[in-house]
Design a binder for this molecule. Sequence first.
Ligand code: GLY
Length: 385
Amino acid sequence: MSRSPDVLVIGGGIIGLVTAWRAAQRGLRVTVADPQPGRGAAQVAAGMLAAVTELHYGEQTLLALNLESARRYPAFVAEIEDAAGERVGYRACGTLAVALDSDDRAHLRELHALQRRSGLDSQWLTGRECRRLEPMLAPGVRGGLRVDGDHQVDPRRLAAALLKACERAGVELRRTWAERLVVVGDRAVGATLADGSELGADQVVLAGGSLSGRLAGVPDDVLPPVRPVKGQVLRLTVPRAYAPFLSRTVRAVVRGSHVYLVPREDGELVVGATSEELGWDTTVTAGGVYELLRDAHELVPGITELPLTETLAGLRPGSPDNAPLLGPTALPGLLLATGHHRNGVLLTPVTGDALSAALTDGELPHEARPFTPRRFSPVPQEQPA
Ligand code: GLY
């Protein structure tokens, strides 16, 4: 084995990189294994920080973590921009969720009621009030929810900044796959890499996004129950002459499908996203692009005038309860930072803090404890009397 780091992070997406950066800041020697660090789902994601507008029934525990991470975002952005010397495109622009027909309006009313019961800040607007805020909205908009606390960041710029910050903090990047976890006795002690080397480490963090459940050598009882959930996303460009096209994130459920439009300061307009359970398929399909454009066009008819600059599909790391798996597993030496599903960008600050605390103190901070991977451990069967 080559010289051992304190921590080996398997996966160099934004979750692996923030874990590595924060761990290095705490004085740990860290190596990240990934053939293309800074890539992964963040290259596709829109970067909505949508704790309030993406609230779902039964996800109150996750809501608390999402809100905590959203609260940390401004300070996190200031720190990462300072560490990397580059901007990450954070915009405190708020979100408007709108409805086009009576079914969608009923859905939005339910969401509003749930938000209020959860103590969240959102305001019901008439269609006219929505259009006053966003004049490009279709005349048919029937009402909406103004959520001034749901902001956005540019995930590509965030990934690039985290990579730079890691390099500056002395994190070693091994640009190759980790192929197999090495377990000796009852402890994870490193990994075999695709370049044939074996890298020992005191602790291993598995942060492989949707691939996290596929690492060879991980015992079945600690293998994360993570699956790929495909999302197709479009990128358009707003020419200067059309600006400001939208001033905040606009989203809706159109006939049951979620669509969102995220306007960046630099004129990029991100339109997302499908949600498809199709395994490892990342094909951009005519149907996916058609549905996104059709729904986005119903919301904002002027969108068809804009250049379509990119179509991409990525894989969200879905977990059984839609919440992440964070911290130590039942296998000593192995920690998880995966399963962030729809909230990877939002949960980046709190994940870095939680994992670096777990790596140095041995346990998760209180806000992250409900997300221990042990919640999915097989429960010992009671023996019949
Ligand atoms: N959070 C947005 C998405 O997963 O599409």
